[in-house]
Design a protein around this ligand. Structure first.
Ligand SMILES: Cc1cc2nc3c(=O)[nH]c(=O)nc-3n(C[C@H](O)[C@H](O)[C@H](O)COP(=O)(O)OP(=O)(O)OC[C@H]3O[C@@H](n4cnc5c(N)ncnc54)[C@H](O)[C@@H]3O)c2cc1C
Length: 527
């Protein structure tokens, strides 16, 4: 078989890349290892009949704000966003909570309960965000370095403010919270949101992630696709196939085939080959692409040794529940939030991050919990709740079923503490530890959910290893299209879009100049 481009992996990034190549008229084939497309964006009945559970990811602030996804017009292919009555709640150990709403004044009232100055602090922060939002989001999702959007951002901010924004990128969530806010509530919004990455509140760079998600939560909320996360995948697949693209599932790719230093196709686990006339795009983690699919012998020695220092993000345990009624929170307003952060205050979050850094399983897990029926009533029968929570554990631990069940029980204890009677509502539950997560999505290596840490030593031109921060690899016409590439994890489609743009540029009228430039840059970087 021969096509213009093969995309290995059908996660959101692979599907975005395939869509953009199909838009350019390329004959595009996506090859997926598991039986279903979507990567970490899938929905199944995991717990009980009539309960639609998101198998992995669920809330998409970055997806809703992403210029890349907006450009695909997925609403025309069936995507419809739904919102919970409130965006998120962070519940403190003593049952106080801070609530974020898309209504700025409602969030302001909530943070003011901790310190009344924070109502104005929040309004001011939101006003600054609105000013830089568009060029900033554009700079995040465009190929590195983002010359045009960076210049627009600089023009909007001027020298003095740009310098301070650059400084902000390095701050911890605790430090940024102290600089911007006076009370524990607003500070917790930043720190809790930073925990959507693998960064604790005292890790450099965690501040900007917490800030970005908090500001997006204010602006676009934490929306979910009506009918389940899988509907986002359906929209991407429908759009792709309408443009003539094809997907085959249940076919693990085992090798990127090379000839004369360029990628010319792939080989699958059954030994079948597909030839790619123009490009191979890999929506798989960088170590998997370089070590397993390409092979160290075809790569610069410096890149191979850099891979030894590649840092994965923490492993994950996820539990889905079918509940016979909504969660009976002691603080009733928490029931309105789609996303709930629960189990720790700021120092508690720091302790959990420290446990993970020391390789210890946190005794009291911190949970990111989703009340899915609250966000989208189609997820389960009327009067019930489809809920999930995940928590991080150190990589490299063994999780036999009995240990996994005990950890799930501990997660339930955390919820029960703040919602007495929760356990009595459980009509079904499904537990996935690191091994189960990876079995369902080959890219979730040992339960890591974002194809590499979000820490600053692995961001921008350090992602996935020191280099250009671009999708181009040292192999001609082979592009890294996964969350391992800049700008990293979450469902926004940017790595896929960047890889497709690079493939099109390499194949365009100035392709040989493009190739020569990239090759010269790679020589300098990997010499
Ligand atoms: C439990 C969990 C919760 C999350 N929550 C959120 C959230 O709420 N919001 C959010 O924005 N993000 C969330 N994320 C992160 C987000 O889902 C990922 O960052 C995103 O899916 C990355 O997309 P991707 O296309 O790079 O990779 P993936 O979605 O991981 O897809 C990669 C695909 O490639 C396939 N593959 C791997 N190797 C091969 C091979 N050799 N041959 C063929 N196919 C292969 C895999 O099977 C998989 O289907 C979550 C992730 C997890 C796991």
């Amino acid at each position: 078989m021969e096509v213009d481009a093969v995309v290995v992996g059908s996660g959101p990034n692979g599907l975005v890349a395939a869509n953009l190549l199909a838009d350019a008229g390329w004959e595009t084939l996506v090859i997926e290892a598991t039986p279903k497309p979507g990567g970490a964006v899938r929905t199944e009945e995991l717990t009980a009949p009539g309960f639609r559970n998101d198998v992995y990811s669920a809330f998409y602030p970055l997806g809703a704000a992403s210029p890349v996804l907006a450009g695909l017009g997925l609403e025309e292919h069936g995507l419809r966003w739904r919102h919970a009555p409130a965006v998120l709640a962070h519940v403190l150990p003593d049952d106080r909570y801070v609530l974020q709403s898309r209504d700025l004044e409602r969030t302001a009232r909530s943070v003011a309960e901790f310190d009344e100055r924070d109502a104005d602090n929040l309004r001011a922060e939101h006003a600054s965000w609105r000013r830089l939002r568009e060029p900033l989001l554009d700079a995040i999702v465009r190929p590195f370095p983002p010359v045009r959007s960076g210049a627009r951002l600089f023009k909007t901010l001027g020298t003095a403010e740009s310098l301070r924004l650059a400084r902000m990128l390095t701050l911890t969530a605790r430090g940024l919270g102290k600089e911007k806010f006076d009370g524990a509530g607003a500070r917790l919004l930043l720190a809790g949101n930073a925990m959507h990455t693998d960064l604790g509140p005292d890790q450099a760079g965690s501040g900007v992630f917490g800030w970005l998600l908090t500001m997006l939560g204010q602006d676009v909320g934490f929306p979910v696709p009506e009918g389940g996360a899988g509907r986002l995948t359906d929209a991407l697949v429908n759009r792709l196939t309408a443009k003539g693209g094809e997907i085959v599932c249940g076919t693990p790719v085992t090798e990127v085939t090379l000839s004369g230093g360029r990628a010319v196709g792939v080989r699958d686990a059954d030994g079948r080959t597909v030839r790619a006339r123009r490009a191979v795009l890999a929506d798989v983690p960088a170590p998997v692409l370089y070590r397993d699919l390409v092979g160290a012998e075809h790569l610069p020695a410096r890149l191979v040794s850099d891979l030894d220092r590649f840092v994965w993000d923490d492993a994950t345990i996820k539990v889905d529940w079918a509940l016979s009624s909504p969660i009976p929170w002691s603080a009733a307003e928490v029931g309105q939030a789609g996303t709930v952060h629960i189990g720790a205050d700021l120092d508690g979050l720091a302790g959990i991050a420290n446990d993970l850094a020391c390789g210890r399983v946190p005794h009291d897990p911190f949970l990111l919990l989703g009340q899915m029926t609250t966000a989208d009533p189609t997820r389960s029968p009327a009067g019930t709740e489809s809920a999930w929570a995940y928590t991080h554990v150190p990589r490299g631990e063994s999780w036999p079923d009995s240990r996994l069940r005990r950890h799930a029980d501990r997660m339930e204890e955390v919820i029960e503490r703040h919602a007495p009677g929760f356990r009595d509502l459980i009509a079904g539950r499904a537990i996935a530890g690191p091994a189960q997560l990876q079995k369902g999505n080959h890219s979730l290596v040992e339960g890591s959910i974002n194809a590499g840490t979000a820490a600053i030593q692995q961001q921008l031109f350090f992602r996935p290893v020191p280099g250009l921060g671009r999708a181009d690899t040292p192999i001609d016409r082979l592009f890294l299209a996964s969350a391992s590439a800049h700008p990293g994890g979450a469902v926004h489609g940017a790595p896929g879009s960047n890889a497709a743009r690079a493939a099109l540029a390499r194949d365009g009228w100035a392709g040989s100049v493009y190739r020569a430039t990239v090759r010269a840059a790679h020589r300098a970087v990997y010499r």
